[in-house]
Every structure is written in C-alpha cells, then in structure tokens.
Design a protein around this ligand. Structure first.
Ligand SMILES: [Zn+2]
Length: 124
C-alpha cells in the first residue's frame, strides 16, 4: 500500500516520479555527506534541480517538521508523562540539533514531491 506512493518516496529516499532511483547519494541522514543529491534520478532521469534556488522554500517545510516534532514530544513528555519543562527543554535542543540532517533531507524530498507528478502505477 505504501510502496509506489508519494509518502514512500519521501520516507525512503526515492525519486518522487518513479519511486525507484535514490534521491540523495547516501541513504543515511547521519553520514558525512548527507546533503549530496543526485541532479537527475538514476532510474528515470527526472530532474531533481528544477531551477536555481528551488530548495530555499524547503526551509519552511523543515520548520514545519521541527514544529510538529516539538508539539508531539511536548505532548508526550510534559503533558502525558509530567516531566518538568526545564528538563524537557534541556533534552529538546540537543535532539533538534541531532535531527537536523534528517529533517533537512525529509524537507527537500517533500518539497520536490509536491511539484512532481508520479508515474502511473503499472498493473500486472
Ligand atoms: Zn526516478
């Protein structure tokens, strides 16, 4: 169900058009060159750089991910578990720093996925 969907390509580092080729060169967000992207899809040759500065707006997508993460963890840790707000903030800030490469990559894949229409699914 998830395979060959836009969500699949965002979550699993795949091309938003064919869902086969890798979007970033490295599959791990926590590798040395986590930000290196293919300029074209290695499988279907879709252009991953539609125009200069295209990914500037993905910063806002990244901001949305940070906000959602903060709200969810706040709800769990402070409201549900009753942990003091100071301890929560002391844990939140390093967590956000550590998750920066993950959110960076998710935001870029999400931003490109919004503008690219996937290929129709092939039925066998
Ligand atoms: Zn592709």
């Amino acid at each position: 169900m998830l395979a060959n969907s836009r969500l699949y390509s965002v979550l699993f580092n795949k091309c938003p058009r064919c869902h086969q080729g890798d979007f970033f060169v490295k599959n791990s967000a926590f590798s040395r060159h986590f930000d290196r992207m293919h300029e074209h899809c290695p499988h279907c040759d879709e252009n991953f750089m539609p125009e200069p500065g295209f990914y500037w707006a993905s910063m806002f997508v990244s901001y949305a991910f940070y906000t959602i993460y903060t709200l969810i963890t706040f709800g769990i840790v402070v409201v549900w578990l009753g942990v003091d707000l100071d301890y929560y903030l002391m844990g939140l800030i390093p967590t956000l720093v550590l998750l920066t490469p993950f959110f960076f990559r998710m935001a870029r894949r999400t931003w490109l996925t919004i503008f690219i229409k996937p290929l129709p699914q092939q039925r066998i």
